[in-house]
Design a protein around this ligand. Structure first.
Ligand code: ATP
Length: 292
């Protein structure tokens, strides 16, 4: 069984649908309200577990009702929570999402995710050392990403860095990661708006750009390659990137090659966009295999 450690955020998404966005000082009546578990770290952990990997989550929850719900959701999805720590006196991470007029607007409050520190990761070093692959994103402090990149490099464990949300990354971290998976916007921030063809050429078979329904682009050392996505009726693309990263990690951990792993991840991610919610559409292993 593939063994994967995910180091990252977990939060609760509070989703309101409304006929319009209230203006300054205005109160309006909304139509519906839902709470759904989210956070890029948690999403990737749940997606990898559904695809059949043994997944260890390293993260933090607040000491509130959302924290309990986040923990229950991990357990329901068979994610190991030994390294998910409650932080006293701090609220859980939350995303406040308004769906109105065909678009969303989001306020993220980091809460307990700011406590995913190198000291917390240190407690999980034994499990990191034994992992087939480690997954990390950028909803946690930058120093933690740097620390994890050093440790993975020292242990010879592959690190998959999903550089979302976008922020500049130190060159040493880019060098130490085995794979980096920006979307188009994140790629332009990561490479400081330089020509993306040149940027991909600099990191062959390492940096690849996910381009939504257009598939995935990378350089194989000889030429630029596009691995096409699978045509589906998209209902909700939230979490497509998270499913993609998790599925790519699972495939690699099971010994599949680079391009084959991208194809597997494209399949899983295309299934995820056919249902509502980030985690709602994440497919099981059987569902992906039926497609193959
Ligand atoms: P998000 O932030 O919404 O989770 P992202 O911007 O990080 O997503 P995308 O590049 O939009 O990531 O999507 C990731 C992968 O999901 C794509 O490489 C593709 O495999 C799949 N995907 C996304 N949108 C579609 C779509 N409309 N049809 C088929 N596959 C899709």
């Amino acid at each position: 069984m593939a063994k994967i450690t995910v180091i990252g955020s977990s939060s609760m998404d509070l989703v309101v649908t409304a006929p319009k966005r209230p203006s300054k000082g205005e109160t309006i009546m909304g139509e519906s309200f839902k709470t759904v578990p989210g956070g890029k770290g948690a999403n990737q952990a749940v997606a990898a577990a559904r695809l059949g990997a043994k997944v260890y989550m390293v993260g933090c929850i607040g000491d509130d009702a959302f924290g309990k719900a986040i923990l229950e959701n991990f357990k329901k999805n068979q994610v190991v929570t030994t390294y998910v720590e409650p932080v006293t006196g701090v609220e859980s991470g939350t995303a406040h999402i308004t769906l109105a007029e065909g678009d969303n607007s989001i306020i993220v409050v980091k809460g307990a995710n700011d406590y995913v520190t190198p000291e917390l990761v240190e407690k999980a070093l034994d499990i990191i050392r034994e992992s087939d692959i480690v997954l990390i994103q950028q909803e946690i402090p930058e120093e933690t990403v740097e620390y994890v990149s050093e440790k993975c490099h020292e242990f010879g464990v592959r690190l998959l860095l999903n550089p979302a949300p976008a922020r500049p990354i130190r060159k040493e971290v880019i060098e130490k990661a085995a794979y980096i998976t920006p979307n188009e916007h994140e790629a332009s921030v990561l490479f400081d708006h330089k020509d993306l063809h040149d940027a991909l050429l600099e990191y062959p078979n390492k940096v690849f750009i996910t381009e939504g329904k257009n598939g995935v682009r990378f350089h194989n050392g000889k030429q630029e390659v596009v691995v096409p996505s699978y045509p589906v009726e998209a209902v909700d693309t939230t979490g497509a990137g998270d499913t993609f990263n998790a599925a790519f990690a699972v495939a690699l951990a099971e010994g599949k090659g680079f391009e084959e792993s991208i194809r597997f991840a494209n399949r899983a991610a295309s299934l995820s966009v056919t249902k509502f919610g980030a985690q709602g559409g994440m497919p099981t292993r059987e569902e992906v295999e039926e497609r193959m």
